[in-house]
Design a protein around this ligand. Structure first.
Ligand SMILES: NC(=O)c1ccc[n+]([C@@H]2O[C@H](COP(=O)([O-])OP(=O)(O)OC[C@H]3O[C@@H](n4cnc5c(N)ncnc54)[C@H](O)[C@@H]3O)[C@@H](O)[C@H]2O)c1
Length: 278
């Protein structure tokens, strides 16, 4: 990002709630000028008012609306330094064998086409200005496997990760960085009921993730502090994916819980050593 002597400028989609709202707050605290784009006509303008951002009602699945939001940033602030493609919905749910095509298409339109349009129009404006920039796409740990979100959502978030990589490769010569964040379970209105109980014994970190935890990483990826980071995803999940499948515990329980240590010598015919106490 070139220093223009004026605050940097960001477009944040889905800024009316949850992770997007926290991201707008975090960027405003660092004195960014922010255009908050959201489809919700109530929460969007309210968040923008509260946080000192501008508001544009945008459906990220509609190309003309995304293009207009980027154009507004350039017209009002003279440039655009960052685009945060965060808007999202849970999308289609239920068995693949029963899913309606229009529900599948809606999910991909918001989660994948919406990110593509933010990349396309954000990068065009950044390239035209010749000063580089940063694009951050909000994916999910649901992109990593089949068990962390509804089917269409998981497939769409996996597409966002590879879209991030191909965009990073294409846009590097323009010094436009493209990265993704993969939140785990974050307490936002999207997740609904208090997730703490569902995470008990599943997520290693004791507290549930907050929108601010993700916003902090997004802000880092928007900032020149990450100037050599591109095509990367950063997981923000309290160790959820690091823990992987909890098969060890399922095999006869966790020896740590019984205060046991020792060594298992497998099928060598030699006995295990089992020690109690710490
Ligand atoms: N909360 C989590 O646990 C979690 C985990 C992984 C990934 N994510 C992702 O983080 C992003 C933000 O989610 P959140 O939890 O903050 O949700 P949220 O529901 O609190 O906020 C999402 C915002 O996106 C807006 N939005 C939805 N569709 C839109 C559209 N077509 N055009 C413009 N705006 C639209 C909504 O109006 C809302 O303000 C999403 O992409 C979501 O998939 C969330």
């Amino acid at each position: 990002m070139v220093d223009h002597g004026a605050p940097p400028v960001a477009l944040v989609t889905g800024g009316g709630s949850g992770i997007g709202r926290a991201t707008v707050a975090r960027l405003r605290a660092a004195e960014w000028s922010v255009l908050l784009a959201d489809l919700n006509p109530e929460t969007g303008p309210r968040a923008a008012d509260d946080l000192g951002a501008a508001f544009e009602r945008v459906d990220v699945a509609e190309e003309a609306q995304v293009e207009a939001a980027v154009a507004r940033c350039v017209a009002e602030y003279g440039r655009i330094d960052a685009v945060v493609n965060n808007a999202g919905v849970g999308g289609a749910f239920g068995a693949l064998t029963d899913l309606a095509v229009e529900d599948w298409d809606y999910t991909f339109a918001v989660l994948v086409r919406g990110v593509f349009l933010g990349v396309k129009h954000g990068a065009r404006a950044m390239r035209a200005a010749g000063a580089g920039g940063a694009i951050v796409n909000v994916a999910s740990i649901a992109a990593y496997g089949g068990g962390a979100g509804p089917q269409a959502y998981s497939a769409a978030k996996a597409a966002v990760l590879n879209l991030t990589r191909v965009a990073a490769v294409e846009l590097a010569e323009d010094r436009i960085r493209v990265n993704a964040v993969c939140p785990g379970v974050i307490a936002t209105p999207l997740v609904g009921r208090d997730p703490a109980r569902a995470l008990d014994g599943v997520q290693p970190w004791p507290e549930v993730g907050r929108p601010e935890d993700v916003a902090e990483v997004i802000a880092f990826l928007c900032d020149d502090a990450s100037r050599f980071v591109t095509g990367e995803e950063i997981t923000v999940d309290g160790g959820l994916t690091a823990a992987g499948p909890r098969i060890h515990a399922a095999y006869g329980g966790d020896p740590r819980k019984r205060g046991l240590t020792g060594v298992n010598r497998g099928t060598t015919g030699e006995p295990p050593t089992i020690r109690s106490g710490r």
